[in-house]
Design a protein. Sequence first.
Length: 153
Amino acid sequence: MTLARRRPSSALHARVRRSGGFTLMEVLAALLLIGLVLPVALDGIGRCVDAGSAAKRRAEAATLAEAKLNEVLVTATPNLATGSGEFGVEWPGYKWDVQSVSTDFNLYEITVTVTWAERGGEKSLRLSTLMHDAAAAAEGSQVSAPVSAGGAQ
C-alpha cells in the first residue's frame, strides 16, 4: 500500500500563507492612518502644554502681585506708594509697577501691575485695592482751638 502525498487545497494553502504577516495594502493603510492622526494628536498635546505653561505663569504673577500689594499696604504711605522694579533672581522675567491714585474721602487706589514675557509678547496682570490715608484723615479732623481777641477777663 502506497501512501499518496496530497497537496493542500488552494484555500487552505492561502490561509496558511497569509497568517504569517501583513499585506502591503494593510501596511500602507496603517501608515496612512498614523500619518493623519499623529500630527493632530501632537498639535493637541503642544497646545495643552502651552496652555499649562501660560496658566502657571499667570498664577505666579498673581501671587507676586498679591505679595507686592501687601508689602505696599504695610510699609508705604498711600500718597508715596509708587515705584517699579524686578522681583529678583528668584523670579526672573517678572517686573512690577506700583501706582497710587487719590480718590474721594482720603482713599487711594493702589494698583500693582506685574509684567512678563510670553510667546514673543508681553503679558501683564493688575491687582488693585483701596487704602485709607489715616494721616490725612487725622489732619482734617483736628479742629483748632478758638483764639480770643483780648478783652477783660
